[in-house]
Design a binder for this molecule. Structure first.
Ligand code: ZN
Length: 293
């Protein structure tokens, strides 16, 4: 080991962004915007339900007036459906998500693509995972025809395989890159990927696939948190940076080497952190971004 290895410059604090799910139990969207200004945090990534409650026009104005950049808009996707009517409903809802992302000034619309088709009660229909993936491909292609002329980049977020049935049947960065190449060859910024460390940290192909996405101008978002051992809930037990086993500086170095110069978006769904006062959560996010990311 050389003296230089393992020693990396701290991340630029101006790149820090907070995904609003991180403090959704503590605050409304207007309260989050105020809190970010109070803490000197420059970026935000809002969720649609929070924006809907606060009002789209008012939310956009507040974010603009606070001088925040919008690292992404959460979220579109959920393409597979049991019938044509369901797929049309998904298409229409995704177009609305693009319109909202434009109104809010987002850098990209994040896509969580959906798993197996579900019935009206939300139960999976059938076992055709390949069929679900084909619906995802077709749904993204159709949405891109709407989003690209409007100028809203779409970021496919591969999710950890434990979510393949219910949330996303795109499960590795390689799969997301292949989907991009198939749907939009050579069309980097219009269709790309969101790299969320929680979903991809374990992947032996991660360095290669981050480099591949960067070479194709497809690195649109970078989401950070940590993987706790043990993890006690599949959805809501994400860790704060530095509390788990993900080598965050190493992954950031891969992103930077691949040309990524965008935001570092903290996205922590956590029953533990949702119980902590919001100001303490944001102070900890700032400190851990600087010291453990
Ligand atoms: Zn994410």
């Amino acid at each position: 080991m050389t003296a230089a290895s393992g020693v990396r410059a701290a991340p630029d604090p101006a790149r820090l962004s907070i995904n609003t799910a991180t403090v959704r139990a503590q605050w409304t969207l207007p309260e989050i915007v105020d809190a970010l200004a109070r803490h000197g945090i420059r970026g935000i990534s809002p969720w649609r339900d929070q924006v809907a409650r606060a009002g789209l026009v008012d939310s956009a104005r507040r974010i603009r007036d606070a001088g925040l950049f919008v690292s992404g808009y959460c979220r579109g996707g959920m393409f597979p459906a049991a019938d044509a009517a369901g797929r049309r409903a998904a298409r229409d809802d995704n177009r609305r998500a693009v319109d909202e992302a434009l109104a809010i000034g987002a850098r990209c619309l994040v896509l969580v693509v959906g798993g197996l088709p579900k019935d009206a009660a939300g139960r999976p229909v059938g076992r055709d995972l390949a069929g679900a993936r084909a619906m995802v491909r077709d749904g993204i292609a159709e949405l891109l025809d709407y989003a690209k002329p409007a100028g809203m980049p779409l970021a496919i977020e591969p999710l950890h395989p434990m979510y393949a049935a219910d949330r996303a049947c795109v499960n590795t960065l390689a799969q997301a890159n292949e989907l991009c190449d198939e749907v939009a060859p050579g069309d980097g910024p219009s269709l790309g990927v969101a790299v969320d460390v929680y979903h991809v940290w374990w992947d032996p192909q991660l360095p290669r696939e981050i480099a591949r996405a960067g070479a194709a101008q497809r690195l649109l978002a970078y989401h950070i948190c940590d993987w706790l051992v043990p993890t006690t809930d599949l959805l809501n037990d994400r860790g704060m940076m530095g509390d788990g086993v993900i080598d965050l500086p190493a992954i950031r170095a891969m992103m930077e080497a691949a040309g990524y110069r965008g935001a570092h978006e903290v996205e922590i769904f956590s029953g533990r952190w949702w119980k902590v006062p919001g100001d303490d959560v944001l102070a900890t996010c700032k400190a851990r971004h600087a010291g453990a990311s």
